[in-house]
Design a protein around this ligand. Sequence first.
Ligand code: ZN
Ligand code: ZN
Length: 183
Amino acid sequence: MCNFDRVLIKTFSLNDKYFIDFLLKKISEVLKIDAYYLNNSPLPYDAYDGFRKQFLAEKFLENLILEKSEESEIILGVTSVDLYEPGLNFVFGMASPFYSVAIISTKRLHNLFYALPEDKSLFFERSLKEAIHEIGHTLGLEHCPNPKCVMHFSNSIVDTDKKSYNFCDNCWEKAKDKLCIKV
Ligand SMILES: [Zn+2]
Ligand SMILES: [Zn+2]
């Protein structure tokens, strides 16, 4: 019995149709289920820490849970602001496997963040990897020791660049049981 038949993307203060269309198309290709755009919202007002100049990732998840209307949907939030969790300097993203919602931040996926020339296609690819990784967590997958697998943990952008946006065979076996794949 599968659990999920679609991924919905919700953006937070981010308007880039070309970028979101890319994510939707590729997410649908990798997961073999439908992917749609939901809506764009303002940033959660209570998530900002003025001292850290970062937003608390958990607050975005709370917001995403409220958007869920069907058990069979996975909701992915996308924001360009920097996210953190207590005890960590930053997070690329965060997921709630229980509610099947996840959030990713594109802030640290830009070359510009590392004082390097911006590379749009690299930025798109990194964003896709983080999106699939967090969606993988919503499917109950844990971190994978295979450095090429999308479920490999990224401590830094170097790790992200080493991995692919696909699941390794082991992780795909686990993921596909949860997905209502179109035949
Ligand atoms: Zn992870
Ligand atoms: Zn794997």
